[in-house]
Design a protein around this ligand. Structure first.
Ligand code: ZN
Length: 326
């Protein structure tokens, strides 16, 4: 039984891979929380399952893989405090890859983004001359984060966000009431992994709401007051992503395409902002947000970036707000 839901064509394609097709390398691409690791683990189950209908989800191998206890299925991700998988981790993986499986049929290495340049070069050598019975699965949000030489060695699978209705149906199939399923489907933006994690942990939705309410509160303050008690979160990009979602929703409401609105739980605030601001102000601020995210990737100062955004954010009290160039 495949744990990844909502991607029947992808599943049909991967079902054709058998342990006899190994060694092989796959790259699973998709935005965060679309289910890349879930699919990678499903794939590992497919290769090692002892049941009749692979992956059965209930045999010894499938259970050990999904609980993270199978000795032949290894997930490699950046070490605590690091942003990239390092060369030492890849060298360690390479040594293990040449040892035959301990109890499974195929050794599986799931390598989560990102890789350092040295690690990528080292991995390339292994992909060029792979050991037998090994499946390499890379997962990444950005195709361009990997060298072309590695891309050319991998079969690629892309998980795009699903239509909201598909996520809603999947949640309802799991017994989630219609209203809740609709809300989570919209909040997820079609990313089924996000919807599932929100289902397991209610804090995911409440933390999101808390951040957005703080943003909305600041929109109504004067420029000076907006900068008071300003905490710079560890993951500023995540915060800016949430802002972008909310402002995009305001724009969608103004453009009269409400079906695509994600923050259904913020509808009163979205309608209020949409009625008070001009479309051009919202578009301009969205551009500033996008520019700020780009600058942060180039190591711009997070505090200055955030302060600039707060200063330039349109104010709700004004019919025609002040919009300055950053
Ligand atoms: Zn099984």
């Amino acid at each position: 039984m495949w744990k990844l839901r909502g991607y029947p064509r992808t599943v049909e394609r991967l079902k054709k891979v058998t342990p006899q097709s190994l060694p092989c390398a796959y790259l699973i691409l998709g935005p965060p929380h679309t289910g890349k690791t879930t699919l990678a683990l499903d794939f590992a189950c497919l290769m090692n399952c002892e049941g009749k209908e692979r992956p059965c989800g209930s045999c010894h191998s499938c259970c050990r893989i999904t609980s993270g206890k199978h000795p032949d299925v290894v997930v490699i991700k950046a070490l605590e405090g690091k942003e990239e998988v390092g060369i030492d981790q890849i060298r360690g993986m390479e040594r293990e890859a040449f040892i035959p499986p301990f109890e499974g049929i195929a050794k599986t290495f799931i390598i989560q983004e990102r890789l350092s340049l040295e690690a990528a070069n080292s991995l390339l050598k292994t992909l060029e001359e792979p050991p037998p019975k090994v499946l390499f699965i890379l997962t990444s949000s950005h195709r361009e984060a990997l060298p072309l030489t590695i891309l050319s060695r991998c079969s690629q699978v892309e998980l795009c966000p699903l239509p909201f209705s598909v996520v809603q149906e999947e949640l309802e199939d799991r017994g989630v009431p219609e209203d809740r399923a609709r809300l989570l489907a919209h909040l997820s933006g079609g990313r089924i992994g996000w919807a599932m994690s929100a289902l397991r942990d209610e804090g995911v939705v409440s933390r999101r709401e808390e951040v957005l309410k703080d943003l909305v509160r600041r929109v109504e303050l004067s420029t000076g007051q907006r900068l008071r008690d300003l905490n710079i979160p560890r993951n500023l990009d995540e915060l800016l992503n949430l802002w972008e979602e909310l402002w995009r929703d305001v724009l969608l409401f103004q453009a009269r395409v409400p079906d695509f609105i994600r923050s259904l739980d913020m509808m009163p605030e979205i309608k209020h902002a949409a009625s008070k601001l001009k479309l051009s102000q919202v578009v301009h601020f969205l551009l500033l947000l996008s520019k700020a995210r780009e600058n942060l990737k180039k190591n711009a100062n997070p505090r200055i970036s955030l302060e600039l955004l707060l200063i330039n954010m349109p104010r709700l009290e004004e019919k025609v707000g002040r919009v300055h160039q950053a």
